[in-house]
Design a protein around this ligand. Structure first.
Ligand SMILES: Cc1cc2nc3c(=O)[nH]c(=O)nc-3n(C[C@H](O)[C@H](O)[C@H](O)COP(=O)(O)O)c2cc1C
Length: 407
């Protein structure tokens, strides 16, 4: 039997719910990442909002990432003193205030003006790593000049190995302590929304794009103050790179399908800092990554943006943990939208999580402040989850935190 609400009748409750879903929450009423997503949807032109949202092809893996996390059950444990709770830990030896890093995302500077710089500043203020993408708008040097704390760099290996080497050298010169080598982009999975919106390669300027941008004047005026309007790291790679079409075409030709173990070894020899290999879903690939000297493996399906039909990270993780978990640090990404998701990933055996869209929504909503908000929400949710599962230190999260399937 449904219980009556003491103050509102059922019609009023339904009306309140409807206005909440149609409208955008006030800033001080933001309660979760979904609220930040709603604000970002309003502030960011559709083309770029959907660029963030998109998965590849039928978005089966994108959906699986969420449903697999949702299906994991947390074990409530209350006979424990949890009055002191610690979230600080390390990722590849780097101290972090929360077991989270901001994942590399191309074109972050199209989500918010100077987006890479704003996100890096937020991460620095919060005490978590920001990882700059090869395909960023702001360049390595732009970000280095604007932030006090070191940031990480993500490398896509290009056919032009001389250029790849120069990217590695630039990241080293910018004092990046960690290189994240992405392995799952031998070819690019089609993001259907991007094709529809003219954000394919080369990009198409359509009437719809122009109208879309005109409807978001705050975003458009902010963009006028941007440092860059192209892929900042690749600016000098070809002449005429001010033309995004030519640059995009060059980039597409540069993704290297021949990329294999020997190239990881080549990068390992060149890079003096910590190396994380990203985009691993298979235990044999994980074995190879460990053998090449990776300091950590980021188990990831690229947020459901590459091989559609690949398993969710939740499904792929246990076999990799069993194969190499005692020999390397394992990191988790794809689908994380809350601190409770982080707790579940740690319980599967991850040292920490990378988050992509969860922080990009915050960035689109309100720049640096929005990213800080996303991180605060995740930290508070993780804290609550730890308290109610009887855990006082993130380093002590174990499989016991999850209800096992056979229980
Ligand atoms: C808009 C967007 C752009 C991305 N660009 C890159 C990139 O340039 N390099 C990379 O290694 N991964 C890239 N990724 C994948 C992320 O690093 C990360 O694996 C993914 O976002 C995790 O899934 P989540 O968004 O569900 O958290 C991108 C993801 C998104 C959403």
């Amino acid at each position: 039997m449904a219980l009556a609400h003491p103050i509102l009748d059922s019609k009023e409750i339904a009306a309140a719910r409807a206005s909440r879903t149609e409208g955008v929450p006030a800033w001080d009423a933001i309660a979760n990442i979904e609220d930040l997503r709603e604000v970002a949807r309003k502030r960011v032109p559709k083309t770029f909002f959907e660029y963030v949202e998109a998965g590849s092809y039928d978005e089966i893996t994108l959906a699986a990432n969420r449903s697999a996390l949702d299906a994991l059950e947390l074990r409530q444990k209350v006979m424990v003193d949890v009055s002191s709770r610690v979230q600080a830990t390390t990722i590849v030896g780097q101290p972090v205030s929360l077991p989270v890093a901001l994942a590399p995302a191309g074109l972050t500077g199209a989500v918010y003006p100077n987006g890479e710089i704003r996100a890096a500043q937020a991460a620095g203020a919060f005490g978590v790593p920001f990882c700059l993408s090869t395909m960023s708008v702001c360049s390595i040097e732009d970000v280095a000049a604007a932030v006090a704390k070191p940031f990480w760099f993500q490398l896509y290996l290009m056919k032009d190995r001389g250029f790849s080497r120069s990217l590695i050298e630039r990241a080293h010169a910018a004092q990046c302590p960690v290189l994240v080598l992405t392995m799952d982009l031998h070819v690019e999975g089609q993001r259907t929304a991007d094709v529809h919106n003219g954000l394919g390669i080369p990009p198409r300027l359509t009437l719809a794009n122009v109208v879309d941008i005109a409807k978001h004047p705050r975003w458009a005026f902010g963009m006028l103050r941007s440092k860059e309007y192209t892929f900042g790291n690749l600016r000098d790679a070809i002449r005429n790179s001010g033309n995004l079409g030519i640059l995009s075409e060059w980039v597409k030709q540069q993704f290297d399908p021949s990329f294999d173990r020997s190239d990881v070894e080549w990068v390992r020899k060149l890079w003096p800092g910590k190396l994380i290999v990203k985009g691993i879903l298979d235990p044999q690939d994980a074995e190879i990554a460990v053998a090449t000297g990776a300091d950590a493996i980021l188990v990831s399906n690229h947020g459901g943006r590459q091989l559609d039909g690949a398993p969710s990270t939740v499904e792929a993780f246990p076999a990799i943990r069993d194969a190499v978990g005692d020999r390397t640090e394992l990191l988790f990404d794809s689908g994380i939208r809350s601190g409770l998701d982080v707790l579940k990933a740690l319980a599967l055996g991850a040292r920490a999580c990378f988050i992509g869209r969860a922080y990009l929504y915050g960035l689109g909503a309100r720049g640096k402040e929005g990213v800080c908000k996303a991180l605060s929400l995740i930290s508070e949710e993780l804290d609550t989850g730890m308290a109610l599962t009887g855990v006082t230190d993130v380093k002590a999260v174990s499989r016991d935190v999850l209800v096992q399937p056979d229980e």
